[in-house]
Design a protein around this ligand. Structure first.
Ligand code: GLN
Length: 490
């Protein structure tokens, strides 16, 4: 029997609207699931059960009074780098352990104003640096499809929670792939929006020219619903776009994909694409062709430089952003006699090894004598990558390929090899550098029963087109309906 927490948000909203279920029952079901599986999955860093039940009963009261809102009564989770008023926000790091923000991030406020019930904060790689959630200072999250494997990262907690029925929806953040890659590895839907579509106000900064908040959901309709809630201009974020999105859910359905030109990238051997991922992608492309799309080969000649470009720009920005964590104003504090010692002890003990590696890489890339050769050069290549996409989108409407080169890897497998870990995002970095939207949707399973994700990339602000293609693919397949077996035994 399917539990209420296994419904998609749009299915749950139908039942809430018809009065067949209450938000209290729905929220209690998600909390029961958390109790049953989170000792194993470890998706959450902080839970707010009493508050959630109180919000659920307030949502039910509003509904009885005849009110409706886009997410009224739907239990959601937030990645722990999104500021939540009164709820601890650690960013997965000791540096912010115990920090309780005095305000909500704009996206959090919008989700709350849309009537959602907050279940808690999800685990992540510290400061969103990582691809497996193993860089969390607290504990790793486990993949619900196989507890010995990683859920991906850095939004691994959000993806695992949604996959395991521990939340109906979640927000993550994507700097170079951190929503799409864990969504792919956990068999759920993840969206990276156009840079500037969703406010970054209250998102703890990693690399400000790349960071975007994005939805994690169990199907495309739910992702579109949540994206519609969080998108839109915010005067508190100077990089927020003035043009906002549209009502994505209202226009999702297209009868077929006739006339749609789908760009297919030739993969490079150095991408290291697992054979089963390549097979699932080929079958997905055939499905799109059967739906009427025309497949066109495209190339992004500078795509091979995406990894090196990203690992100069992102650490450079991170080294500047993280300078504010001095152990004085918030979070971790170290005992010391001098201010100098206070700073260095707090930063030495508060930051984990990956964060320190990024700060050193970034400081190096920005230092006198190296700035031109590394940082400026990377910015130039970033422009070329963006130009590659502009050229490709003259000939095609969307570009389709795998989200992640491999399915979920084993916990511990890549921790000793940072470059191997960085390669997990080889296929998601270019879109981030170009500032354009991309979605990951489930498109198959490997022989071990692990999910494979298909990535659909669209031009700037073409979220609706991207979601329509994803929706048409989803309607023609049933990969998104499979659930991890852990759920049945819970
Ligand atoms: N894995 C990439 C990194 O470690 C991307 C992370 C992200 O998107 N936040 O930087």
């Amino acid at each position: 029997m399917i539990a209420l927490c296994d419904l998609t948000a749009h299915e749950a909203l139908d039942l809430l609207r018809s009065g067949e279920i209450t938000s209290v029952a729905l929220t209690a079901s998600a909390l029961d699931r958390i109790l049953a599986v989170d000792n194993d999955v470890c998706a959450y860093l902080t839970l707010t059960p009493e508050q959630a039940l109180a919000e659920a009963s307030a949502a039910d009261a509003l509904r009885r009074a005849g009110q409706d809102l886009p997410l009224l009564g739907i239990p959601v989770a937030f990645k722990d780098n999104l500021s939540t008023r009164g709820i601890p926000t650690s960013c997965g790091s000791r540096m912010l352990d115990g920090y309780v923000p005095p305000y909500d991030a704009t996206v959090v406020r919008r989700v709350k104003e849309a009537g959602a019930v907050v279940l808690g904060k999800t685990n992540m790689d510290a400061f969103a640096m990582g691809s497996s959630t193993e860089n969390s200072a607290f504990f790793p999250t486990h993949n619900p499809w196989d507890l010995a494997r990683v859920p991906g990262g850095s939004s691994g907690g959000s993806a695992a929670a949604v996959a395991a029925g521990e939340a109906l929806l979640a927000l993550g953040s994507d700097t170079g792939g951190s929503v799409r890659q864990p969504a792919a590895l956990c068999g759920v839907v993840g969206v990276r929006p156009t840079y500037g579509l969703c406010s970054r106000y209250g998102l703890i900064a990693f690399a400000s020219s790349l960071d975007q908040v994005g939805p994690v959901a169990r199907d495309v309709t739910d992702a579109a619903l949540l994206l519609g809630v969080i998108a839109g201009h915010d005067p508190a974020d100077s990089t927020s776009r003035l043009d906002s999105g549209s009502d994505y859910t209202a226009y999702l359905a297209r009868k077929d994909l006739a006339g749609l030109r789908v760009g297919v990238l030739q993969s490079h051997p150095e991408d290291g694409i697992q054979a089963e991922v390549a097979d699932a992608t080929r079958r997905a492309l055939k499905t799109l062709r059967d739906l009427g799309a025309e497949l066109v080969d495209v190339s992004l000649p500078h795509g091979v430089y995406a990894l090196s470009t990203y690992y100069l720009i992102a650490p450079a920005e991170a080294s500047a952003n993280l300078a504010r964590f001095d152990g004085v104003r918030y979070g971790f504090r170290a005992a010391a006699d001098t201010v100098e010692a206070l700073f260095s002890r707090a930063r030495g003990a508060g930051f984990g090894p990956e964060v320190k590696r990024r700060i050193m890489l970034g400081t190096y890339a920005l230092s006198a004598g190296y700035y031109e050769a590394f940082y400026i050069q990377a910015q130039k290549v970033r422009t070329l990558i963006r130009a590659d996409f502009d050229a490709a989108f003259e000939a095609v409407d969307v570009i389709v390929g795998p989200t992640s080169p491999t399915t979920a890897f084993m916990l511990g497998e890549r921790v000793a090899d940072p470059l191997e870990m960085y390669r997990a995002d080889a296929l998601t970095l270019s879109q981030a550098l170009a500032g354009i939207p991309a979605i990951s949707v489930p498109c198959g399973f490997d022989a071990a029963g692990l999910p494979v994700g298909l990535q659909i990339t669209a031009p700037e602000m073409q979220e609706l087109r991207m979601l329509q293609v994803a929706f048409a693919f989803e309607q023609a397949t049933d990969w998104h309906r499979r659930r991890p077996s852990l759920i049945e035994s819970s």
